[in-house]
Design a protein around this ligand. Structure first.
Ligand SMILES: Nc1ncnc2c1ncn2[C@@H]1O[C@H](COP(=O)(O)OP(=O)(O)O)[C@@H](O)[C@H]1O
Ligand SMILES: N[C@@H](CC(=O)OP(=O)(O)O)C(=O)O
Length: 464
């Protein structure tokens, strides 16, 4: 049996949902279906999850929320009418929203409950539509499916005991349609995964049911070697390993959630990224091993929104416990870090900007000066991180030289390099303003024989 997840772009409107139904009908082994909330229908559109977040904040700030509620209901109504489904689903959605708006719980608990409406309603709509087409399909709530998670609002983690319950999904008759993005804590609270987390639900169900394949349907024919917003018609990737995809997703390939790789990897479930708009295209396979002999670099990912803290102290290498004490300061202040490249007398620590907010800067700097007696400490913001990823890359001679040469050709200053801590990636830090040119230059270097006829579009990054 297969688990198929359909992302927001695949359930954005009735036309898309009809394509989804055809895909499900065409292969009876697609027994477990995971759906996201309605996504963007055009580039300036707003995702249903964001509409629900706006509604929640309006309510919590005692503002008039009727307009927000209306936008949500209008969108669901249009989908339900276009699919010619009865009014009962719309009423059910409205009642669930009203119930959650009156919820007497923590603000974050209420936010998670409202955020889940998008996926929950999609699953009700898709299952009803499949039934209308004569399929034996049913809506299965994540609790019934066995998705039990930690009580960390917006950051849920699966509890391992879930797997044995999830396995029982195999026994259900017909097609089970499960909403993505959320589960339930042991205390019965509804908790969501991080943004983009329907991919995680799909991977959990694929691992839990020991599926033969996890299909992840989106709006592109394959994973491309670089984000298609930077390079026009970039090369597609036909196969890549779990490790490669995890690094690429983590570093900016928003097409698949990095945390979704872990359950699939643990149970060795192959993943196939496919296009709902072109289901006959082979897509990209993610597997445990690939032959990396002819192509050691498989993709180049990048993301903005990083900052770095730099410290230098003469003879740092001889001071036992320096790194621990430095990182301890961040632990005390509740700041998690991403990378920590170090030299003999220097160390940098890289953070996501939103984790190391400017209001924490002064406290951290004072503590580093007073407790570690460093020579220099400074913070650099507006940093972008680029990951050059590929199996065997770290053992291949000349990759770093090729990459740094391409930065030099484009006249880009490298703020930092971190090579070797991961077996499959090499990290570069550059100023965010140089990112687009850096990616284009690296792409030329690693993926094109003829550099003269490349065209680069102007950047319009697409995020969650
Ligand atoms: N390297 C990449 N390859 C393919 N798509 C990418 C890549 N990097 C970013 N993307 C973006 O990811 C989008 C698909 O992810 P997402 O919008 O989350 O889809 P869905 O709504 O199906 O979950 C693509 O439309 C594309 O813009
Ligand atoms: N709807 C949620 C979860 C999700 O996975 O969505 P999508 O499949 O559109 O990335 C979000 O927007 O974060």
């Amino acid at each position: 049996m297969k688990v198929a997840k359909f992302g927001g772009s695949s359930v954005a409107n009735a036309t898309q949902i009809k394509k989804v139904a055809n895909i499900i009908k065409s292969d009876p082994s697609r027994k477990v279906i995971v759906v996201s909330a309605p996504g963007k229908r055009f580039s300036d559109d707003v995702k249903m999850t964001d509409l629900l977040i706006d509604l929640c904040y309006a309510k919590q700030n005692n503002q008039d929320y009727q307009l927000h509620l209306q936008k949500i209901m209008d969108r669901f109504e249009e989908i339900i009418n276009d699919l010619e489904l009865g009014n009962d689903i719309l009423e059910d959605i409205q009642q669930t929203i009203e119930k959650y708006l009156q919820f007497d719980t923590s603000p974050l608990g209420q936010l998670d409950a409202l955020k889940s409406i998008g996926e929950d309603s999609s699953a009700k709509i898709v299952s009803a539509y499949l039934q209308r087409l004569g399929l034996n399909a049913s809506y299965v709530n994540p609790k019934e499916a066995g998705i039990f998670v930690s009580n960390e609002p917006g950051q849920a983690q699966l509890l391992p005991e879930s797997f044995s319950i999830i396995y029982q999904l195999r026994e259900r008759d017909g097609v089970s349609v499960v909403p993505g993005f959320f589960g339930y804590s042991k205390e019965n609270d509804l908790v969501t995964f991080s943004r983009g987390g329907s991919d995680i639900t799909g991977a959990i169900l694929a691992a839990g049911t020991k599926a033969s394949l996890y299909e992840n349907f989106t709006d592109v024919d394959s994973v491309f070697a670089v984000n298609p917003n930077f390079v026009e018609n970039p090369k597609d990737i036909t196969v890549l390993t779990y490790k490669e995809m995890r690094e690429l997703s983590y570093a900016g390939f928003s097409v698949f959630h990095d945390e979704a790789l872990i359950p699939a990897f643990k149970e060795q479930i192959p993943v196939c990224i496919k296009n709902t708009n072109n289901p006959d295209a082979p897509g990209t396979m993610i597997v445990s091993e690939r032959d990396a002999t002819d192509q050691c670099v498989v993709g180049i990912a990048s993301d903005v929104g990083f900052c770095s803290l730099y410290v230098s102290k003469f003879l740092m290498n001889r001071e036992v416990g320096f790194g621990r004490k430095l990182l301890n300061i961040f632990e005390d202040e509740g700041i998690s870090f991403e990378h920590a490249p170090s030299g003999i007398d220097d160390m940098s620590v890289i953070f996501r900007d939103h984790r190391f907010t400017p209001d924490k800067e002064q406290v951290v700097i004072d503590r580093i000066r007073n407790e570690l007696h460093v020579d220099t400490v400074s913070i650099h913001r507006d940093l972008a991180v680029i990951m050059v990823v590929g199996e065997g890359l770290v053992n291949t001679v000349g990759v770093a030289a090729k990459a740094t040469a391409s930065f030099a050709k484009a006249g880009i200053n490298i703020d930092m390099i971190n090579q070797g801590s991961s077996e499959v990636s090499m990290m570069f830090g550059v100023h965010a303003v140089d990112l687009e040119r850096a990616i284009q230059s690296l792409y030329k270097e690693f993926f094109t024989a003829d550099e003269s006829n490349l065209e680069f579009p102007s950047i319009s990054a697409k995020g969650h």
